[in-house]
Design a protein around this ligand. Structure first.
Ligand SMILES: NC(=O)c1ccc[n+]([C@@H]2O[C@H](COP(=O)([O-])OP(=O)(O)OC[C@H]3O[C@@H](n4cnc5c(N)ncnc54)[C@H](OP(=O)(O)O)[C@@H]3O)[C@@H](O)[C@H]2O)c1
Length: 277
């Protein structure tokens, strides 16, 4: 099975008229959902480029993937919130003779608390990472995605469907990711490029500690493992789906804002965030 998958990745490569090797570039691959996305792409025979700030974590994952018989992933330890991050990635790919077939925009973080009380610089950094870097990475490599008939997997959230007092900027960044990805799906489909928005509900990762959410505040009936979320995202992207919401109950949550009055949605999300402090 694995050999077959490697073979199909190779034949896709020879169909494209480029001397560069096609790769799946995955951001936020040092923890949580990103690690599982990297494992899923590796299992399916894709050569990888792993991006995040923590180099040691990336190196450990690259070694683990190499030990399974896959090509050693290239690791790029950099801060995606920096304005020059995507230019640095482009240069590194070119110097290694690589170009993206798939882009997985997974790196992201949230912050819990009233927007006016939270650190403003940190919230703007969140926009730089969750929105600006994701947008730049989605648009920069479209020629190469087209050549390799690949795609973009953007990690949004169930939060994309809701406004939320107490996590206002994070939820708004994820609404942007969903709307941008859905529109891009439509724009790029005729060109043979898939774009999928992956909208997980709660997943136990380092996300909660980084956001300031207290341990144990995840509603377990909605939670899913990072591995399952990554597998569903991978399958959805390969199938050319516009939207993937893992889990039936999470799908129901995404429908609530269409049914309930906006004022009630705001009240519900506000009290949920208050209970997570
Ligand atoms: N966990 C959930 O409940 C949940 C639910 C829905 C959606 N999501 C979304 O899923 C995605 C992954 O989150 P997760 O739960 O896996 O969180 P996580 O465990 O905290 O992982 C976040 C990843 O993003 C990377 N990252 C953060 N800031 C970065 C920066 N400035 N530059 C480069 N990389 C950076 C981190 O690596 P370094 O720290 O090494 O840089 C890490 O690899 C996020 O977009 C999140 O919004 C999460």
């Amino acid at each position: 099975m694995k050999k077959l998958q490697h073979k199909s990745a190779t034949s896709r490569r020879s169909r494209s008229r480029s001397t560069k090797r096609p790769v799946a570039l995955i951001t936020g691959a040092s923890a949580g959902i990103g690690v599982e996305l990297a494992r899923a792409f590796a299992r399916h025979g894709h050569e990888l480029v792993l991006v995040a700030r923590r180099k040691r974590r990336l190196a450990a994952l690259a070694a683990e993937i190499e030990a399974t018989g896959c090509v050693t992933p290239l690791i790029l330890a950099l801060d995606l919130a920096r304005a020059d991050a995507v230019a640095t990635i482009s240069k590194a790919l070119a110097s290694h003779g690589l170009e993206p077939q798939y882009i997985v925009n997974n790196a992201g973080f949230g912050l819990l608390g009233p927007a006016v009380a939270l650190d403003r610089a940190e919230q703007l950094e969140m926009i730089d990472l969750n929105v600006r870097a994701l947008t730049e990475l989605s648009l920069t490599f479209v020629d190469s995605l087209r050549r390799h008939r690949g795609g973009i997997l953007n990690v949004a959230s169930v939060a994309s469907f809701l406004p939320s007092p107490g996590m206002a900027v994070y939820y708004a960044t994820k609404a942007y990711v969903l709307f941008f990805s859905e529109a891009l799906h439509r724009e790029l489909k005729p060109q043979g490029v898939r774009v999928t928005a992956l909208c997980p509900g709660p997943v136990e990762t380092e996300f909660q500690a980084r956001a300031g959410i207290r341990a144990g505040a995840i509603p377990h009936f909605l939670a899913r493992s990072a591995g399952r979320v990554a597998d569903e995202g991978y399958r959805g992207l390969m199938a050319g789906r516009r939207l993937v919401v893992p889990g039936k109950l999470n799908k129901v949550v995404t429908l609530l804002p269409r049914i309930l009055p906006r004022a009630l949605v705001l009240k519900l999300t506000e009290s949920r965030q208050a209970g997570r402090r």
